[in-house]
Design a protein. Structure first.
Length: 445
């Protein structure tokens, strides 16, 4: 019986385990090792719970030790892998009570995830300074916000998690101060035509924005009392650090080839440079179809897909990843933004002769006076090849499904010209006869 060891049990590890157990279980012995006390935590729901938009955390987990064991897996939680001998094919782990686990393997799947990036500043070790990654982090923040003494909360970093937490803090009746070194929020995913709208949306709902400000120091005696940036001092009672993540690749860094940011480099089968060793999820690279090269895109959707691919290959079924576009979305105080592929800045930085076409109009015909909001769309494409490189959409309408078409367009190298006459349906209940997708495409140079 083939022995497969999976190190890490969140999205990528759980996807790999379930794939093997559901489709190949009778011929394989699956061992899952994770240093956490839970698996399959949906971190994207953290802000919803902290902000009181959902009442329970039960739905934030879609698998468990018990569920995997019921399918036949050996699951070791609260057990930390200390060493991997890639030559003898053995994993050494230590349980929370100090017992050794020496687990041989035929195939190894590394799903060790990512770690929060810690800012190197004075005061980061003070009480009431939190990071956001694990369920336990969410629990600490949720409990801290119950304290009436906590009134002003600084969030450092205005990426997806930072923006979502700022909303959650406001919903909990506290004052959120959102700090970001870039000129706008969400600048990694969207062009300023979109992010400025999100900035206005946040400010209108009470979030105090501090853009183009850099954190320099956190002050306080034992507990946080103030924040110092390059532009001022602010009295705060709590700080949440959300400036990004880095791949957790300590275990294999001296043996496996790594990307420029330290992520394990993998091929289309999710296999590393060492045969029979696979890497999936946030610890590994993906192939970016927009860039047509390997990249690092830490998303739960990418993690699940990579786990499935690695599982099939580890079990002897050849399966290649088809690459990703980095499709993503966010909804803040009812304002929805979705994107896929490259924005203009990213496309130009990657060396494309990039331009864009954009359009703004109501979702439906204007005789719908209620529940009919404007929609903004921008399609980024290469002037030379005409290939669509990415798209962004935003509205108080739920326009999220539209981005899936653009994800496929980027993947299949569809040109902006083909999109101009694409068969898109019309019905007054849903859209306009000349809808924003068609009009944006027709407006392209």
């Amino acid at each position: 019986m083939k022995k497969i060891v999976i190190v890490g049990g969140n999205h990528a590890g759980t996807a790999a385990a379930n794939t093997i157990l559901d489709q190949y279980g009778t011929n394989h012995e699956v061992t899952v090792i994770d240093r956490n006390s839970n698996i399959s935590y949906l971190g994207c729901g953290t802000a919803l719970w902290i902000g009181g938009q959902i009442n329970s955390t039960e739905g934030l987990f879609y698998s468990s030790k018990e569920q995997l064991e019921a399918k036949g897996a050996n699951v070791h939680l609260e057990s930390e892998v200390k060493d991997i001998n890639f030559e003898s094919k053995e994993v050494l782990a230590i349980t929370k009570d100090g017992k050794k686990i020496q687990q041989p393997y035929d195939k190894l799947i590394l799903a060790t995830g990512s770690l929060p990036v810690p800012p190197k500043i004075k005061g980061i070790e003070l009480e009431n300074v939190y990071y956001v990654k694990l369920f336990q982090d969410a629990q600490k923040i949720y409990k801290a916000l119950d304290n009436e003494a906590i009134k002003n909360v600084a969030v450092i970093g205005a990426g997806y998690i930072g923006v979502e937490l700022a909303e959650a803090i406001q919903r909990r009746g506290k004052k959120a101060l959102l700090f970001e070194a870039s000129p706008t929020t969400l600048s990694s995913y969207y062009d300023s035509w979109f992010t400025k709208d999100m900035d206005e949306n946040l400010a209108k709902n009470g979030v105090e924005l501090h853009l183009e400000e850099t954190l320099q120091e956190i002050q306080g005696e034992q507990k946080v009392s103030a924040l110092v940036t390059d532009k001022g001092n602010y009295e705060v009672d709590m700080v949440i650090v959300s400036i990004g993540f880095m791949p957790n690749t300590i275990l294999g860094a001296n043996h496996l080839h790594t990307f420029k940011n330290g992520a394990y480099q993998v091929n289309f089968n999710q296999e590393t440079n060492i045969p029979d060793v696979y890497a999936v999820g946030d610890c590994a690279t993906v192939y970016n179809n927009a860039l047509e090269s390997p990249a690092y895109i830490a998303l739960a959707t990418n993690a699940v897909r990579s786990g499935i691919v690695a599982a099939h290959n580890a079990c002897g079924t050849a399966l290649e990843s088809i690459g990703v576009q980095g499709s993503n979305g966010i909804s803040i105080f009812g304002y929805n933004m979705v994107s896929t592929g490259l924005n203009v800045k990213a496309a130009q930085a990657a060396g494309f002769d990039a331009t864009y076409t954009e359009y703004e109009d109501l979702q439906k015909l204007d005789f719908f006076k209620e529940n009919n909001h404007p929609v903004k769309i921008r399609i980024v494409y290469d002037k030379t090849s005409r290939r669509i490189l990415g798209a962004q959409m935003a509205s108080f309408e739920n326009i999220s499904m539209g981005i899936h078409m653009f994800s496929l367009a980027v993947s299949e190298k569809v040109t902006i010209d083909k999109l101009k006459l694409l068969d898109l349906f019309f019905l007054p209940h849903f859209n306009q006869p000349y809808n924003y997708i068609t009009m944006a495409a027709l407006a392209a140079e």
